[in-house]
Write a protein that binds this ligand. Structure first.
Ligand code: PLP
Length: 392
Protein backbone atom coordinates (compact mmCIF):
# COMPACT_ATOMS: atom_id res chain seq x y z
CA UNK A 1 0.00 0.00 0.00
CA UNK A 2 1.34 3.39 -0.93
CA UNK A 3 1.38 6.15 1.66
CA UNK A 4 -0.93 9.09 0.83
CA UNK A 5 0.89 12.36 0.14
CA UNK A 6 1.36 14.82 3.01
CA UNK A 7 -1.50 17.32 2.81
CA UNK A 8 -0.11 20.86 2.66
CA UNK A 9 -2.99 22.47 0.75
CA UNK A 10 -5.15 23.67 3.65
CA UNK A 11 -5.91 26.96 1.93
CA UNK A 12 -7.74 25.07 -0.84
CA UNK A 13 -9.81 23.06 1.61
CA UNK A 14 -9.48 21.40 4.99
CA UNK A 15 -10.34 18.02 6.41
CA UNK A 16 -13.56 17.99 8.42
CA UNK A 17 -12.55 17.86 12.07
CA UNK A 18 -13.69 14.49 13.50
CA UNK A 19 -15.49 16.35 16.32
CA UNK A 20 -17.44 18.28 13.67
CA UNK A 21 -18.36 15.12 11.76
CA UNK A 22 -19.54 13.50 15.00
CA UNK A 23 -21.83 16.44 15.74
CA UNK A 24 -23.30 16.40 12.22
CA UNK A 25 -24.16 12.71 11.94
CA UNK A 26 -27.41 12.63 13.99
CA UNK A 27 -28.84 15.38 11.77
CA UNK A 28 -28.75 13.05 8.76
CA UNK A 29 -30.69 10.32 10.52
CA UNK A 30 -32.46 10.64 13.88
CA UNK A 31 -32.83 14.44 13.76
CA UNK A 32 -33.69 14.76 10.09
CA UNK A 33 -36.46 17.33 10.53
CA UNK A 34 -37.06 20.45 8.52
CA UNK A 35 -36.49 23.52 10.70
CA UNK A 36 -39.49 25.15 9.00
CA UNK A 37 -41.83 22.42 10.32
CA UNK A 38 -43.53 24.10 13.25
CA UNK A 39 -46.01 21.35 14.17
CA UNK A 40 -43.81 18.57 15.58
CA UNK A 41 -40.66 17.73 17.50
CA UNK A 42 -38.64 16.81 14.37
CA UNK A 43 -38.93 20.38 13.17
CA UNK A 44 -38.31 21.91 16.61
CA UNK A 45 -35.13 19.86 17.13
CA UNK A 46 -33.74 20.94 13.76
CA UNK A 47 -34.70 24.54 14.44
CA UNK A 48 -32.88 24.49 17.79
CA UNK A 49 -29.76 23.06 16.18
CA UNK A 50 -29.76 25.82 13.56
CA UNK A 51 -30.23 28.46 16.27
CA UNK A 52 -27.23 27.11 18.21
CA UNK A 53 -25.09 27.10 15.04
CA UNK A 54 -26.15 30.66 14.22
CA UNK A 55 -25.01 31.74 17.69
CA UNK A 56 -21.70 29.87 17.29
CA UNK A 57 -20.92 31.54 13.95
CA UNK A 58 -21.90 34.93 15.36
CA UNK A 59 -19.70 34.48 18.45
CA UNK A 60 -16.59 33.84 16.36
CA UNK A 61 -16.87 37.23 14.64
CA UNK A 62 -18.45 39.25 17.45
CA UNK A 63 -21.84 39.52 15.75
CA UNK A 64 -25.35 38.78 17.02
CA UNK A 65 -27.12 35.64 15.75
CA UNK A 66 -29.76 37.57 13.78
CA UNK A 67 -26.97 39.01 11.63
CA UNK A 68 -25.94 35.59 10.28
CA UNK A 69 -27.48 34.13 7.10
CA UNK A 70 -26.63 30.59 6.08
CA UNK A 71 -25.64 29.96 2.46
CA UNK A 72 -24.11 27.17 0.39
CA UNK A 73 -20.62 28.57 0.88
CA UNK A 74 -18.58 31.72 0.57
CA UNK A 75 -19.20 31.97 -3.19
CA UNK A 76 -22.93 32.26 -2.61
CA UNK A 77 -22.43 34.64 0.32
CA UNK A 78 -20.26 36.86 -1.91
CA UNK A 79 -22.84 36.78 -4.73
CA UNK A 80 -25.59 37.76 -2.30
CA UNK A 81 -23.50 40.54 -0.77
CA UNK A 82 -22.29 42.09 -4.01
CA UNK A 83 -25.26 41.59 -6.33
CA UNK A 84 -27.75 41.98 -3.49
CA UNK A 85 -26.30 45.30 -2.31
CA UNK A 86 -25.65 46.62 -5.82
CA UNK A 87 -29.18 45.86 -6.99
CA UNK A 88 -30.83 47.18 -3.85
CA UNK A 89 -28.92 50.47 -3.97
CA UNK A 90 -28.67 50.96 -7.72
CA UNK A 91 -30.70 54.17 -7.59
CA UNK A 92 -28.19 55.68 -5.17
CA UNK A 93 -25.16 54.99 -7.36
CA UNK A 94 -23.63 52.48 -9.69
CA UNK A 95 -20.02 52.32 -8.63
CA UNK A 96 -18.16 49.58 -6.75
CA UNK A 97 -14.54 49.28 -5.65
CA UNK A 98 -12.51 46.09 -5.27
CA UNK A 99 -8.90 45.06 -5.87
CA UNK A 100 -6.82 43.02 -8.28
CA UNK A 101 -6.07 40.09 -5.94
CA UNK A 102 -9.59 39.25 -4.78
CA UNK A 103 -10.89 35.69 -5.12
CA UNK A 104 -12.55 34.83 -8.44
CA UNK A 105 -15.93 34.78 -6.72
CA UNK A 106 -15.62 38.52 -6.08
CA UNK A 107 -13.96 39.36 -9.41
CA UNK A 108 -16.53 37.39 -11.42
CA UNK A 109 -19.44 39.03 -9.54
CA UNK A 110 -17.91 42.40 -10.35
CA UNK A 111 -17.61 41.46 -14.04
CA UNK A 112 -21.25 40.40 -13.99
CA UNK A 113 -22.28 43.70 -12.44
CA UNK A 114 -20.27 45.57 -15.07
CA UNK A 115 -22.33 43.82 -17.73
CA UNK A 116 -25.44 45.11 -15.91
CA UNK A 117 -24.43 48.74 -16.08
CA UNK A 118 -22.34 49.12 -12.93
CA UNK A 119 -18.84 50.60 -12.94
CA UNK A 120 -16.12 48.82 -10.96
CA UNK A 121 -12.72 50.14 -9.91
CA UNK A 122 -10.10 47.38 -9.53
CA UNK A 123 -7.41 48.82 -7.27
CA UNK A 124 -3.82 47.63 -7.73
CA UNK A 125 -1.79 46.22 -4.82
CA UNK A 126 1.82 46.73 -3.78
CA UNK A 127 4.41 43.96 -4.01
CA UNK A 128 3.28 42.58 -0.64
CA UNK A 129 -0.35 42.40 -1.74
CA UNK A 130 -1.73 45.43 0.06
CA UNK A 131 -3.90 48.17 -1.36
CA UNK A 132 -2.93 51.81 -0.89
CA UNK A 133 -5.35 53.61 1.45
CA UNK A 134 -4.86 56.89 -0.41
CA UNK A 135 -5.84 55.23 -3.68
CA UNK A 136 -8.89 53.71 -2.02
CA UNK A 137 -9.99 57.07 -0.66
CA UNK A 138 -9.41 58.74 -4.04
CA UNK A 139 -11.49 56.07 -5.80
CA UNK A 140 -14.61 56.78 -3.71
CA UNK A 141 -17.12 59.03 -5.46
CA UNK A 142 -20.70 60.15 -4.84
CA UNK A 143 -21.72 57.17 -6.95
CA UNK A 144 -19.88 54.56 -4.85
CA UNK A 145 -22.18 52.15 -3.02
CA UNK A 146 -19.90 49.27 -2.05
CA UNK A 147 -16.27 48.38 -1.40
CA UNK A 148 -15.35 44.68 -1.53
CA UNK A 149 -11.93 43.94 -0.07
CA UNK A 150 -10.83 40.61 1.37
CA UNK A 151 -9.49 40.00 4.87
CA UNK A 152 -6.66 37.66 3.85
CA UNK A 153 -5.56 36.53 0.43
CA UNK A 154 -5.98 32.85 -0.41
CA UNK A 155 -2.73 32.58 -2.37
CA UNK A 156 -0.10 34.75 -0.70
CA UNK A 157 -1.77 35.04 2.73
CA UNK A 158 -1.50 38.83 3.02
CA UNK A 159 -3.86 40.48 5.51
CA UNK A 160 -5.23 43.87 4.44
CA UNK A 161 -5.35 46.98 6.66
CA UNK A 162 -8.80 45.97 7.86
CA UNK A 163 -9.85 48.51 10.53
CA UNK A 164 -8.51 51.30 8.28
CA UNK A 165 -10.74 50.16 5.42
CA UNK A 166 -13.73 50.00 7.76
CA UNK A 167 -13.08 53.46 9.18
CA UNK A 168 -12.79 54.97 5.70
CA UNK A 169 -15.93 53.23 4.43
CA UNK A 170 -17.80 54.48 7.49
CA UNK A 171 -16.54 58.04 7.07
CA UNK A 172 -17.58 58.13 3.42
CA UNK A 173 -20.92 56.35 3.92
CA UNK A 174 -20.03 53.41 1.68
CA UNK A 175 -20.81 49.76 2.47
CA UNK A 176 -17.86 47.41 2.97
CA UNK A 177 -18.12 43.71 2.13
CA UNK A 178 -15.19 41.63 3.34
CA UNK A 179 -14.47 38.19 1.86
CA UNK A 180 -13.14 36.58 5.02
CA UNK A 181 -13.24 32.95 3.83
CA UNK A 182 -9.52 32.51 4.58
CA UNK A 183 -9.34 34.62 7.70
CA UNK A 184 -12.30 33.54 9.82
CA UNK A 185 -11.12 31.22 12.57
CA UNK A 186 -7.46 31.85 11.70
CA UNK A 187 -6.96 35.42 12.91
CA UNK A 188 -9.07 37.41 15.39
CA UNK A 189 -11.90 39.18 13.53
CA UNK A 190 -14.60 41.23 15.22
CA UNK A 191 -17.17 43.00 13.09
CA UNK A 192 -17.26 46.07 15.36
CA UNK A 193 -13.48 46.52 15.38
CA UNK A 194 -13.37 46.02 11.62
CA UNK A 195 -16.30 48.33 10.93
CA UNK A 196 -17.53 45.87 8.32
CA UNK A 197 -21.09 45.73 6.94
CA UNK A 198 -21.07 42.38 5.13
CA UNK A 199 -18.68 39.48 5.70
CA UNK A 200 -18.45 36.11 3.95
CA UNK A 201 -17.57 32.80 5.62
CA UNK A 202 -16.87 29.34 4.18
CA UNK A 203 -17.30 26.08 6.14
CA UNK A 204 -14.66 24.00 4.42
CA UNK A 205 -11.83 26.47 4.99
CA UNK A 206 -12.09 26.06 8.76
CA UNK A 207 -12.46 22.28 9.23
CA UNK A 208 -16.20 22.27 8.59
CA UNK A 209 -18.02 20.63 5.68
CA UNK A 210 -18.10 21.77 2.06
CA UNK A 211 -21.25 23.32 0.64
CA UNK A 212 -22.09 25.50 3.64
CA UNK A 213 -21.16 29.04 4.53
CA UNK A 214 -22.56 32.23 5.96
CA UNK A 215 -23.01 35.90 5.27
CA UNK A 216 -22.86 38.41 8.10
CA UNK A 217 -25.29 41.27 7.42
CA UNK A 218 -25.06 44.25 9.77
CA UNK A 219 -28.26 45.18 11.62
CA UNK A 220 -27.28 48.57 13.07
CA UNK A 221 -27.32 50.46 10.86
CA UNK A 222 -29.29 47.93 8.88
CA UNK A 223 -27.73 46.82 5.59
CA UNK A 224 -30.33 46.19 2.88
CA UNK A 225 -29.90 43.55 0.18
CA UNK A 226 -31.97 42.19 -2.66
CA UNK A 227 -32.43 38.39 -2.35
CA UNK A 228 -30.68 36.36 -5.03
CA UNK A 229 -32.54 33.12 -4.29
CA UNK A 230 -36.30 33.42 -3.88
CA UNK A 231 -38.65 30.83 -2.49
CA UNK A 232 -39.88 29.71 0.91
CA UNK A 233 -38.98 32.82 2.83
CA UNK A 234 -36.13 31.21 4.81
CA UNK A 235 -33.33 33.34 6.24
CA UNK A 236 -35.54 36.43 6.57
CA UNK A 237 -36.52 36.15 2.93
CA UNK A 238 -32.96 36.82 1.83
CA UNK A 239 -32.05 33.24 0.98
CA UNK A 240 -34.84 30.82 0.17
CA UNK A 241 -34.49 27.04 0.32
CA UNK A 242 -34.69 24.36 3.00
CA UNK A 243 -31.72 24.78 5.30
CA UNK A 244 -28.79 22.34 5.08
CA UNK A 245 -29.16 21.35 8.73
CA UNK A 246 -26.24 18.87 9.04
CA UNK A 247 -23.95 21.29 7.21
CA UNK A 248 -25.06 24.21 9.36
CA UNK A 249 -24.52 22.17 12.55
CA UNK A 250 -21.01 21.37 11.25
CA UNK A 251 -20.25 24.99 10.40
CA UNK A 252 -21.42 26.04 13.85
CA UNK A 253 -19.21 23.62 15.74
CA UNK A 254 -16.28 24.37 13.40
CA UNK A 255 -16.63 28.04 14.37
CA UNK A 256 -16.91 27.19 18.06
CA UNK A 257 -13.74 25.04 17.95
CA UNK A 258 -11.87 27.69 15.95
CA UNK A 259 -12.81 30.33 18.52
CA UNK A 260 -11.59 28.21 21.43
CA UNK A 261 -8.36 27.12 19.75
CA UNK A 262 -7.50 30.13 17.57
CA UNK A 263 -4.72 31.62 19.68
CA UNK A 264 -2.85 28.40 20.47
CA UNK A 265 -3.28 27.07 16.94
CA UNK A 266 -1.98 30.28 15.36
CA UNK A 267 1.20 30.00 17.46
CA UNK A 268 1.61 26.34 16.55
CA UNK A 269 1.17 27.04 12.83
CA UNK A 270 3.61 29.94 12.95
CA UNK A 271 6.20 27.63 14.51
CA UNK A 272 5.63 25.02 11.79
CA UNK A 273 5.90 27.72 9.14
CA UNK A 274 9.18 28.94 10.62
CA UNK A 275 10.48 25.37 10.59
CA UNK A 276 9.56 25.11 6.89
CA UNK A 277 11.01 28.52 5.99
CA UNK A 278 14.32 27.96 7.80
CA UNK A 279 14.57 24.39 6.52
CA UNK A 280 14.21 25.50 2.91
CA UNK A 281 16.12 28.79 2.91
CA UNK A 282 19.02 27.43 5.00
CA UNK A 283 20.39 25.15 2.27
CA UNK A 284 18.81 26.86 -0.78
CA UNK A 285 19.52 30.28 -2.26
CA UNK A 286 17.27 31.92 -4.85
CA UNK A 287 14.10 31.52 -2.75
CA UNK A 288 11.80 34.48 -2.34
CA UNK A 289 8.89 34.95 0.08
CA UNK A 290 5.68 36.20 -1.52
CA UNK A 291 3.15 38.20 0.46
CA UNK A 292 3.62 40.32 3.56
CA UNK A 293 6.42 39.33 5.96
CA UNK A 294 4.35 39.75 9.12
CA UNK A 295 0.74 40.60 8.18
CA UNK A 296 -0.07 37.16 6.85
CA UNK A 297 -2.11 34.09 7.69
CA UNK A 298 -0.32 31.90 10.25
CA UNK A 299 -0.58 28.78 8.05
CA UNK A 300 0.55 30.34 4.79
CA UNK A 301 4.04 30.20 3.27
CA UNK A 302 4.29 31.18 -0.40
CA UNK A 303 7.68 30.84 -2.05
CA UNK A 304 9.13 31.49 -5.50
CA UNK A 305 12.15 29.51 -6.66
CA UNK A 306 14.65 30.86 -9.20
CA UNK A 307 16.11 28.55 -11.81
CA UNK A 308 13.42 25.85 -11.88
CA UNK A 309 10.26 25.23 -13.90
CA UNK A 310 6.99 25.27 -11.96
CA UNK A 311 5.45 22.18 -13.52
CA UNK A 312 8.68 20.20 -13.15
CA UNK A 313 8.96 21.24 -9.51
CA UNK A 314 5.48 20.00 -8.70
CA UNK A 315 6.12 16.74 -10.58
CA UNK A 316 9.29 16.28 -8.53
CA UNK A 317 7.24 16.43 -5.30
CA UNK A 318 4.77 13.54 -5.66
CA UNK A 319 4.67 12.91 -1.92
CA UNK A 320 3.42 16.41 -1.08
CA UNK A 321 -0.09 17.69 -1.84
CA UNK A 322 0.58 21.33 -2.68
CA UNK A 323 -0.60 24.17 -4.90
CA UNK A 324 1.72 25.84 -7.33
CA UNK A 325 1.37 29.10 -9.13
CA UNK A 326 3.14 31.50 -11.43
CA UNK A 327 2.23 34.69 -13.23
CA UNK A 328 2.89 33.25 -16.66
CA UNK A 329 2.65 29.57 -17.47
CA UNK A 330 3.52 27.66 -20.59
CA UNK A 331 1.73 24.53 -19.39
CA UNK A 332 -1.88 23.78 -18.67
CA UNK A 333 -2.09 25.53 -15.27
CA UNK A 334 -3.93 28.85 -15.09
CA UNK A 335 -1.60 31.78 -14.53
CA UNK A 336 -2.10 33.41 -11.14
CA UNK A 337 -3.73 36.85 -11.23
CA UNK A 338 -2.42 37.39 -7.70
CA UNK A 339 1.25 36.79 -8.55
CA UNK A 340 0.85 38.96 -11.64
CA UNK A 341 -0.61 41.76 -9.53
CA UNK A 342 2.31 41.72 -7.05
CA UNK A 343 4.83 41.68 -9.90
CA UNK A 344 6.17 38.19 -9.16
CA UNK A 345 7.38 36.76 -12.45
CA UNK A 346 9.32 33.71 -11.26
CA UNK A 347 8.38 30.58 -13.23
CA UNK A 348 8.04 28.41 -10.11
CA UNK A 349 6.14 29.10 -6.92
CA UNK A 350 4.73 26.87 -4.20
CA UNK A 351 1.92 27.65 -1.80
CA UNK A 352 2.24 25.80 1.48
CA UNK A 353 -1.06 25.77 3.37
CA UNK A 354 -0.41 24.41 6.85
CA UNK A 355 -3.34 23.29 8.96
CA UNK A 356 -4.67 21.76 12.14
CA UNK A 357 -3.62 18.21 11.31
CA UNK A 358 -0.05 18.88 10.15
CA UNK A 359 2.80 17.76 12.39
CA UNK A 360 6.45 18.72 12.88
CA UNK A 361 7.45 15.37 11.41
CA UNK A 362 5.49 16.12 8.22
CA UNK A 363 7.15 19.50 7.88
CA UNK A 364 10.57 17.89 8.35
CA UNK A 365 9.78 15.46 5.52
CA UNK A 366 8.52 18.29 3.31
CA UNK A 367 11.73 20.26 3.89
CA UNK A 368 13.93 17.34 2.84
CA UNK A 369 11.88 16.73 -0.29
CA UNK A 370 11.66 20.36 -1.43
CA UNK A 371 15.39 20.96 -0.89
CA UNK A 372 16.28 17.78 -2.78
CA UNK A 373 13.87 18.47 -5.66
CA UNK A 374 14.98 22.06 -6.21
CA UNK A 375 18.65 21.05 -5.98
CA UNK A 376 18.18 18.23 -8.48
CA UNK A 377 16.24 20.36 -10.98
CA UNK A 378 18.76 23.19 -10.77
CA UNK A 379 21.59 20.70 -11.27
CA UNK A 380 19.94 19.41 -14.44
CA UNK A 381 19.22 22.86 -15.80
CA UNK A 382 22.65 24.22 -14.86
CA UNK A 383 20.97 27.51 -14.14
CA UNK A 384 22.34 30.14 -11.84
CA UNK A 385 20.05 30.18 -8.81
CA UNK A 386 20.19 33.95 -8.35
CA UNK A 387 16.98 35.94 -8.23
CA UNK A 388 16.33 38.66 -10.73
CA UNK A 389 13.02 39.83 -9.48
CA UNK A 390 12.16 43.40 -10.33
CA UNK A 391 9.88 44.96 -7.74
CA UNK A 392 6.65 46.03 -9.49
C1 PLP B 1 -12.45 29.36 -0.79
C2 PLP B 1 -12.67 30.81 -0.95
C3 PLP B 1 -13.86 31.33 -1.46
C4 PLP B 1 -14.99 30.42 -1.94
O1 PLP B 1 -15.56 29.70 -0.88
P1 PLP B 1 -16.54 28.46 -1.17
O2 PLP B 1 -17.15 28.19 0.17
O3 PLP B 1 -15.65 27.35 -1.65
O4 PLP B 1 -17.54 28.88 -2.17
C5 PLP B 1 -13.99 32.68 -1.56
N1 PLP B 1 -13.01 33.51 -1.17
C6 PLP B 1 -11.85 33.06 -0.67
C7 PLP B 1 -10.80 34.03 -0.24
C8 PLP B 1 -11.64 31.70 -0.55
O5 PLP B 1 -10.48 31.26 -0.08
Amino acid sequence: MSVPPIYLDNLATTQVDPRVLEAMLPYFTRHFGNPSSATHTYGWTAKEAVALARAQVAALIGAVPQEILFTSGATEAINLALKGAAEFHRDRGKHLITCAIEHKAVLDCCRHLESRGFRVTFLPVDRWGRIDMGQLEAAITEQTILISLMAANNEIGTIQLLPEIGALARKRGVLWHCDAAQAVGKIPLAVETLGVDLLSVSGHKLYGPKGVGALYVRRQPRVRLLAQLDGGGQERGLRGGTLNVPGIVGLGLACELARQELEAEALRLEALRQQLWLGITGPLSGVELNGHASARLPGNLHLSFAGVDGTELLLALPDLALSSGSACTSGSAEPSHVLKAIGQQAPASLRFGLGRFNTEAEIATAVVQVVAAVGRLRGQAGDHPGFHHQPG
